[in-house]
Design a protein around this ligand. Structure first.
Ligand SMILES: C[S@@+](CC[C@H](N)C(=O)[O-])C[C@H]1O[C@@H](n2cnc3c(N)ncnc32)[C@H](O)[C@@H]1O
Length: 234
């Protein structure tokens, strides 16, 4: 699929998000190690990687736990997922996981997915249903920088198929909405995005000075940040 059809480098002509240029940042060990290290896994743990993509997170989780299920709805991502050769893997929509029993996972990992969902509360409900009481959801999300260039930011990442633009405080509110969980840890994870791979280099070069300063564009690379939440089901 071309990357610039409809003038949108991250969306193909059918309106589907094209992740083929996203693999470089997803493979950065610093990010994965910090993310996976947010919860202590046990040899007897049952774990779900929701929106697993090509399995870069799952690859680190698998050797530490009893069983791992990966789920994603994108065939291109799954076709490059080597973990799928030796662990349960399902092609499904996270908004409806009817085929899985209630209360079976000790931990659900969900990296960089929520800001892309049409109905994030449905997926969140499903994750909580699938967790054992006391189980943990570990997630990271892209967030709206609380700055003057909000609209510029939205316009930029809209082209990569982002659907939700929440500040860290709004994300927190979203996760706490039904009073059935506690957030036991929250923070940020820094990583680099190489725009030569990811796209939007021209757009970043033409952005406002404030925008450029925020993302520290240098040699085609920007400094990005996701927020993380470690959420315990009551
Ligand atoms: C940015 S990638 C992250 C992949 C993986 N979590 C990682 O960190 O390496 C987002 C992933 O979420 C998946 N995804 C988005 N919406 C989904 C949905 N409704 N159901 C299943 N997977 C979904 C995409 O197909 C994609 O693989």
């Amino acid at each position: 699929m071309g990357h610039h059809r409809n003038g949108k480098p991250g969306i193909n002509k059918m309106g589907m998000i094209d992740y083929t240029k996203s693999h470089e940042w997803m493979q950065q060990d610093g990010y994965i190690d910090k993310f996976v290290g947010l919860v202590s896994l046990k040899k007897e743990s049952y774990v779900l990687d929701a929106g697993c993509g090509s399995g870069y997170v799952a690859d680190k989780i698998r050797p530490q736990v009893k069983d791992l299920l990966q789920i994603d709805h994108d065939w291109t991502m799954l076709s490059q997922n080597n973990v799928a050769r030796h662990t349960e893997t399902l092609k499904a929509d996270l908004l409806n996981l009817w085929m899985i029993k209630d209360g079976i996972f000790d931990a659900v990992f969900c990296r960089s997915v929520f800001h892309r969902l049409r109905e994030p509360s449905k997926a969140y409900q499903e994750f909580k249903r699938l967790l054992k009481p006391g189980g943990t959801l570990v997630t990271t999300v892209a967030h709206l920088p609380d700055t003057t260039f909000k609209e510029e930011y939205k316009e930029m990442v809209d082209r990569k198929g982002f659907r939700l633009y929440k500040t860290p405080a709004e994300w927190k509110e979203f996760f706490l909405e039904n009073n059935d969980v506690s957030i036991i840890e929250e923070g940020t994870i820094d990583f680099d995005i190489d725009l030569n791979n990811w796209g939007l280099l021209k757009e970043h070069e033409n952005a406002s000075d404030d925008f450029k300063k925020h993302f520290k564009l240098e040699n085609g690379i920007i400094k990005c940040q996701h927020v993380f939440f470690v959420i315990k089901k009551d």
